[in-house]
Design a protein around this ligand. Structure first.
Ligand code: ZN
Length: 183
């Protein structure tokens, strides 16, 4: 499954992220994939939530809280409770253990070996060497989206449905996060 990820052109907040104007070529097979993934979503959600929560708790416990400056930047992009945010720097972002979920996050371009940022509620994981203002404000905006959704469960359901329907790059929640990046 890892190989499958390597072949995929996309990845969430990928290392080649600076090329944000480069659109991922339209995949004519996407519609097939879309319907399959949308149909799978209800059964995948428990694994997705378990995966998210298993990573969230250690970050909240051991990650760094924001500095005064970080708090005001997070507020500026819409976070209501920035003091809850914790950030952990990691060598690489852990893939989900559930095989079906791993296939879905890889095949949608949501997650791959070039993934450098991931936000789960108030927990933000950043790959070592990628903690730029731009990436952090992008992730802060995802925190705002979680707050708006009301729970990790509700956010993930909406987010995964968007990724399955539009692809990573064109998902409205991703467009919104990009629109709020500060350089
Ligand atoms: Zn994003």
């Amino acid at each position: 499954m890892f190989e499958f990820c390597v072949q995929h052109p996309s990845g969430i907040e990928k290392a080649a992220y600076a090329m944000q104007d480069t659109k991922i070529p339209h995949n004519p097979r996407r519609w097939n994939m879309t319907y399959n993934i949308l149909a799978l979503l209800p059964s995948l959600l428990p694994a997705a939530i378990a995966w998210a929560k298993s990573m969230t708790d250690p970050v909240i416990r051991n990650g760094s809280a924001l500095t005064e400056q970080g708090l005001s930047v997070a507020s500026a992009v819409g976070v209501a409770m920035p003091e809850r945010i914790h950030i952990a720097m990691v060598d690489s972002l852990p893939m989900p253990q559930d095989e079906t979920l791993r296939n879905v996050v890889c095949s949608t371009g949501l997650f791959g070996p070039d993934t450098v940022g991931l936000t789960l509620g108030y927990a933000i994981l950043i790959a070592e060497g990628h903690a730029t203002r731009r990436l952090l404000t992008h992730e802060f905006r995802h925190v705002h989206q979680y707050e708006k959704a009301g729970s990790i469960e509700k956010f993930l359901l909406a987010y995964l449905a968007e990724i399955a329907t539009f692809g990573y790059f064109d998902a409205p929640l991703e467009i919104d996060a990009r629109d709020h990046e500060l350089h």
